[in-house]
Design a protein around this ligand. Structure first.
Ligand code: ADP
Ligand code: MG
Length: 628
């Protein structure tokens, strides 16, 4: 508009103020025409505000005020022969100012048009945009974000300065093409990145891509997040996004992952351990268990999931305090220790355990942060040790019986001597002979008793073992002893195992049954039931190991009573020959040792389960014949 006007003015041969005025009025700006001296030649109505004085008063005079300022600025900016434009602020108002030189064709004085358009609103909008752009730039700088823009039609890519920093490139030296960029990408991630780029061009990849580049020989992780830009018609024309160096975050993530993996492996390894492992803290008022492995859980019933409720005191059986006090002391003094003690399960039962405590300190000399507990069930070990001890005792007894033979020899001496003497005086002194016979008989009885008792476990007589239908042997034995039982004692039998055969000696079977049933009856004080049961059992490897037997088929004989039971002390000694708790004349203390000796002689074993005041069950495992 103003350019057209300038041309028009230029072509007016005889410059006419009114024509000029009309043309000026047609302009959208506030406009004035000045001559070289700054005298107002013409103006339009919009200019009046800026002229500040009434128009008529200033036409033909040199003006002051805003237009004068603009004219001066234009003169400073150019040589006065070309047009200049600038933005000028006057108070709160912004003007876009254009200043054009005009020459009358006649070569009259040089004039200039000054046109000022109020652009305050645009200016503010521009400021706002600039400010938000500046803020965005600052934000991306702080976040170490690069930004890029991808033009779909040309595949041209624009990068923000930080993109070059991220990629370790200087802006001038990098010509961005698909190939040059691919060369930066880590070989293993090129395909992934190419796919991401293809997706972007198809408008698909709105999620981020994480990939590696090689920056000056070092691998860096980058993350791209892009979005598609649409034109006014809703057609996608470009995509734009941010790029971030996430190497450090990635490293931390990977460290965390490998840490977690290591942890998982560690936990699995601990769960594979045949030893119970627990970790205990002593921060709280009482030691608390915060980790248990699978074996510890199996042994005690403690579960990692319910550990909050598990203090270590739950492992201590009510009746067992002594050793556990030492455990508490070790925990209190941050010291290591090894203990053999009864350990309670959560279900109320208990087992003989070996417990080792190891303090874990973060600094030598400091109190332990946590304790590691190692727990093993040593019931079986103990049983094995006891069984070994037992067989040694029996061996000793075998030797002892040699000594007993010597005793009997001593008894035989007077018997032989007196009978020879007796033969000589049989006719002359019958009275003396009678006395001799009394001595001989009493010596014989003594010898018989000793032989009876000792032979069984010394096993010098090596009884013949053969397969017998065990049900019949046990039934025979029970029939024989039934009449000898006190009237209040009943005998319950469950001994039908068909014709299952056991490899035994029939006399010994009745000895075993007799001794066990007699003990059961004795324990019940004249009133109660003795239950005798036979079963065929198949022992698997674990069950057999627990009994120190070989896996396979066994005959099990159980004799159970509801009598007085035995305490731990009695139980530990019952297999000793001559150990008895019964009154003199009622017990010899040989019953169980004989039974033990017989049963182990068969290749079987004898176990006692007993609880004080609740009764005792004797369990005998008898070898079967191969066919049964
Ligand atoms: P005795 O019966 O002659 O005393 P044993 O060797 O048969 O000798 O038994 C040894 C001890 O074991 C008994 O004195 C008794 O204290 C204990 N005992 C054996 N069997 C039982 C039982 N069924 N109930 C309780 N105590 C028993
Ligand atoms: Mg007995």
């Amino acid at each position: 508009m103003t350019t057209a006007f300038a041309a028009a003015v230029h072509n007016i041969s005889d410059f006419d103020r009114l024509t000029a005025r009309a043309l000026l009025e047609a302009m959208a700006s506030a406009a004035v025409v000045l001559d070289g001296a700054g005298t107002l030649v013409a103006h339009n109505a919009r200019a009046e505000d800026l002229l500040q004085t009434h128009v008529l008063a200033v036409v033909g005079k040199v003006i002051e005020g805003p237009f004068r300022m603009m004219a001066d600025r234009a003169r400073r900016m150019g040589d006065g022969t070309t047009s200049v434009t600038f933005d000028q602020a006057l108070g709160n108002t912004w003007y876009h100012v254009s200043v054009y030189p005009i020459w009358a064709q006649t070569g009259g004085p040089m004039l200039q048009i000054i046109a000022a358009t109020d652009i305050t609103q645009q200016k503010h909008a521009e400021f706002e945009i600039r400010e938000s752009e500046a803020r965005l730039e600052e934000a991306t700088r702080i976040a170490q974000l690069g930004t890029y823009k991808l033009h779909w039609d040309t595949e041209a890519i624009q990068w923000s300065p930080h993109m070059f920093v991220i990629h370790g490139l200087s802006p001038g030296s990098f010509i961005h093409t698909r190939e040059t960029y691919n060369a930066l990408v880590h070989p293993e991630d090129r395909e992934l990145f190419d796919q991401y780029r293809r997706d972007q061009f198809e408008g698909k990849a709105l999620r981020g891509a994480e990939y590696r580049i090689v920056r000056k020989g070092a691998v860096r992780w980058l993350r791209l997040d892009g979005r598609v830009l649409f034109d006014a018609e809703g057609e996608p024309y470009a995509s734009f996004g941010t790029c971030q160096d996430i190497t450090e975050a990635k490293q931390r993530e990977q460290e965390l992952k490998s840490l977690l993996r290591r942890n998982a492996i560690l936990y699995e390894a601990l769960d594979a351990s045949p030893i119970g492992v627990a970790v205990v803290t002593t921060d709280g008022p009482r030691p608390e268990v915060f980790y248990v492995n699978a074996e510890f859980e199996r042994l005690t019933g403690f579960k990692t999931s319910t550990l909050a409720k598990n203090t270590i005191e739950a492992l201590q059986p009510k009746e067992e305090a002594g050793e556990w006090q030492k455990v508490a002391q070790a925990l209190n003094t941050s010291s290591a220790g090894a203990f053999e003690l009864l350990c309670a399960r959560l279900n109320g039962t208990s087992f003989l355990a070996q417990l080792e405590i190891a303090p874990v300190r973060d600094h030598p000399g400091r109190d332990a942060m946590v304790f590691v507990l190692n727990l093993r069930d040593i019931t079986i070990d103990r049983q094995r040790a006891e069984a070994l001890l037992q067989s040694q005792k029996m061996e000793a007894l075998g030797q002892l019986s040699g000594g007993v033979a010597h005793e009997i020899n001593n008894l035989l001496q007077p018997m032989l001597a007196l009978s020879e003497l007796g033969i000589d005086i049989a006719d002359s002194d019958p009275e003396k002979v009678r006395k001799y016979f009394e001595v001989i008989a009493s010596s014989g009885r003594k010898a018989r008793d000793i032989v009876r008792q000792v032979l069984t476990f010394a096993r010098r007589d090596a009884p013949q073992l053969a397969p017998y239908a065990i049900s019949f042997l046990v039934a025979d034995a029970l029939r024989l002893l039934q009449s000898g039982l006190p009237p209040g004692i009943s005998l319950e039998q469950d001994i039908a195992v068909g014709d299952a055969e056991a490899v035994v000696n029939p006399t010994q079977v009745s000895q075993v049954v007799l001794n066990l049933v007699k003990n059961a009856a004795d324990a019940m004080d004249g009133e109660g039931a003795v239950r005798v049961a036979l079963t065929v059992v198949d022992l698997d490897v674990a069950a057999a190991a627990a009994l120190t037997l070989t896996p396979g088929r066994w005959i099990r004989l159980r004799v159970a009573d509801e009598g007085c039971g035995m305490d731990a002390y009695t139980l530990s000694r019952v297999f000793e020959p001559f150990f008895t708790t019964k009154l003199a004349g009622r017990g010899t203390g040989l019953g169980l040792s004989v039974v033990y000796s017989i049963v182990t002689g068969w290749g079987g074993t004898l176990k006692l389960e007993s609880e004080v005041d609740h009764g005792t069950t004797a369990v005998v495992y008898i070898p079967t014949a191969p066919s049964s």
